[in-house]
Design a protein around this ligand. Structure first.
Ligand SMILES: O=P(O)(O)O[C@H]1O[C@H](CO)[C@@H](O)[C@H]1O
Ligand SMILES: Nc1nc2[nH]cnc2c(=O)[nH]1
Length: 333
């Protein structure tokens, strides 16, 4: 139907024609696809308030447990456990090896908030949704985050069972125009254009290397570059060869959105990959990547990793105490 003309403008369902007869789209009325509509600050606040009202702990350290690495959350004392389906606005965890619970409690004596299971974009979630729990943690008072993952070792010097401290990442989805920070920016979280160099805190990497030495696992420690691909398929030989040329050391399907959102809201980040399998870059190789091997390696390395993370958390909390007199807690309990 032809629009009704008035002298100055003509109103259409979604916009108007200006006096030159050009269609003018109304600002902000355009329905955005879900991918461009991250949760508002108020929605994130609702999730964090839900947690704060149900726990006495006030952690400043958050932990995201990667595939098969959720056993760490079992070590927490005086813990409060929140299945994701009970937390307002939380997506559901669908991957084996990801329990799907937020666990808040004491690791040794340090209060921590721990994601026992994370969200991946291959589960069908937008990148901002995969990373939304990081903002929830932020609004509960978290200032330092430990992000862990299971990854394929692409650097030929790496062995299965190694622990690669992330010194950098390649945001492959970003090359294609996707980002967990895409869409409207709310300055209460962070700036429109955040810097991403120095994302992986140097001081925490030093501290972790010292911890590894102290507990006798320094021979497994590596430092390298992680890439996140969308998954869920593992990589082809040609893709892996390309990634190696780009300087990638370990390949996974997570972490980058969480780290970007954490840096955007000013958190200090420490991240590591457990190398759970060797990336196959040889056309004649018989083996194939599979999630069972990933979980099996994670289970085998669980004890070392639990001790490693526990000690890293203790050392971080000591440093935070010296810096501001608080034992890794927003308010002393
Ligand atoms: O990154 P996390 O969640 O540790 O898991 C990794 O392991 C799974 C594949 O085996 C993928 O989800 C990949 O991202
Ligand atoms: N993309 C990818 N993710 C993984 N997660 C654990 N191992 C791998 C791997 O080899 N490739």
């Amino acid at each position: 139907m032809a629009p009704e003309r008035s002298q100055e403008t003509v109103t259409l369902t979604n916009g108007s024609l200006n006096s030159n007869g050009h269609y003018v789209e109304p600002l902000m009325k355009h329905p955005l696809p879900d991918i461009d509509r991250p949760y508002t600050y108020e929605v994130i606040e609702q999730s964090s308030r839900f947690l704060l009202e149900r726990t006495k702990h006030r952690p400043r350290i958050g932990i995201i447990c990667g595939s098969g690495l959720g056993g760490l959350a079992e070590l927490l004392k005086e813990k409060d456990v929140f299945p994701y389906e009970e937390i307002p606005n939380f997506p559901a965890s669908t991957v084996p090896g990801h329990a799907g619970r937020m666990v808040i409690g004491l690791l040794e004596d340090v209060p921590v908030i721990c994601m026992q299971g994370r969200f991946h974009c291959y589960e069908g979630y937008a990148l901002w949704k995969c990373a939304m729990p990081v903002r929830v943690m932020k609004l509960t008072g978290v200032t330092h985050i430990i992000v862990t993952n299971a990854a394929g070792g692409l650097n030929p010097a790496y062995n299965v069972g190694d622990i690669m401290l992330l010194k950098d990442h390649i945001n492959m989805q970003g090359f294609a125009g996707d980002s967990p920070l895409k869409g409207r920016n709310d300055e209460r979280f962070g700036p429109r254009f955040p810097a991403m160099n120095n994302s992986y805190d140097q001081r925490l990497r030093q501290l972790a290397k010292q911890v590894a030495k102290d507990i006798g696992i320094d021979q497994y420690i590596r430092e390298g570059v992680y890439v996140m691909l969308g998954g869920p398929a593992y990589e082809t030989v040609a893709e892996l060869r390309l990634l190696r040329m780009l300087g990638v050391d370990a390949v996974g399907m997570s972490t980058v959105p969480e780290v970007m959102v954490a840096r955007h809201c000013g958190m200090t980040v420490f991240a590591f990959s457990l190398i759970t399998n060797e990336c196959i870059t040889d056309y004649d190789a018989q083996g194939e990547a599979n999630h069972e091997e990933v979980i099996e390696t994670a289970n085998k390395r669980q004890n070392d990793l639990n001790l490693f993370v526990t000690r890293v958390v203790s050392s971080m909390a000591s440093e935070m105490t010296s810096a501001n007199g608080k034992n890794g807690s927003v308010d002393e309990n």
